[in-house]
Design a protein. Structure first.
Length: 242
């Protein structure tokens, strides 16, 4: 614990998370379980201590906010901290750092959105067949994965935006209907402004003092204009708000 209280970036591995650090520790504690031919990190302990520590550090919870992963991260930090600076352990520290680096890469491929249960994350990460140890190949692959993930996140954000716009529009629809009915038949519908629409919506976030109406409010105005035309096809559309 004392060793783990040092530099938070003792790993010096870009992109590491509690999940990747935890996965490395699990692989070291129960290597046979994950198809690794190696002794457990706790093998030197006597049976009673070994069983107690294994139970403490190998539990996997289905909760996304489990403390197990953080505990394993602290354990790995403590291991790094106790070995770091001792020249006789330089190769071991380098091997641990490389293991964490490769785990980060593997998880970027097998579970980029952190959706799997942690035990599955580790199983898939260890079964990954990409050339993770080829730094030159990874440089190219890592950039491709980052770009692909950004595109996926944008698509998800666009989908969320469309769903949220539909939800808000349904909320303001009764107000829009009352607004349309206030205009005599045969007369152009005017006066549909961003300020008026904003008064129909709950909360804040639909405008900016510096930039004017938000993108969401503009999307809602377009939907409102189309709905007014749908209700009164013979009438001209409302004029664009100022």
């Amino acid at each position: 614990k004392l060793a783990a209280q040092g530099d938070d970036d003792v790993f010096d591995v870009p992109g590491w998370t509690h999940y990747s650090a935890s996965a490395v520790v699990l692989a070291m504690l129960e290597p046979a379980k994950y198809g690794i031919t190696a002794p457990s990190l706790f093998s030197p302990l006597d049976a009673a201590d070994r069983d107690w520590y294994l139970e403490k550090y190998t539990g996997i919870s289905t909760s996304r906010n489990s403390g197990h992963n953080s505990n394993r991260t602290i354990l790995l930090k403590g291991l790094f901290g106790s070995l770091f600076g001792d020249r006789s352990h330089e190769e071991l520290v380098a091997a641990l750092r490389r293991s964490l680096e490769l785990m980060v890469r593997s998880l970027m491929i097998t579970d980029p959105c952190n959706e799997l249960e942690h035990g599955q994350q580790l199983q898939k990460a260890l079964a990954c067949t990409e050339s993770l140890e080829d730094d030159r190949a990874w440089s190219k692959l890592g950039k491709e994965l980052e770009q692909r993930n950004k595109q996926d996140w944008r698509a998800e954000a666009d989908l969320w935006g469309s769903e949220e716009c539909d939800r808000l529009f349904e909320m303001m629809l009764p107000h829009l209907r009352s607004f349309a009915e206030e205009h005599p038949a045969g007369e152009p519908i005017s006066g549909l402004t961003y300020s008026l629409m904003r008064s129909w919506l709950p909360g804040e976030g639909f405008s900016s003092k510096k930039k004017g109406a938000s993108a969401m409010l503009k999307r809602l105005w377009v939907k409102a204009e189309k709905k007014l035309v749908e209700w009164a096809p013979a009438l001209p559309p409302a004029s664009t708000p100022e």
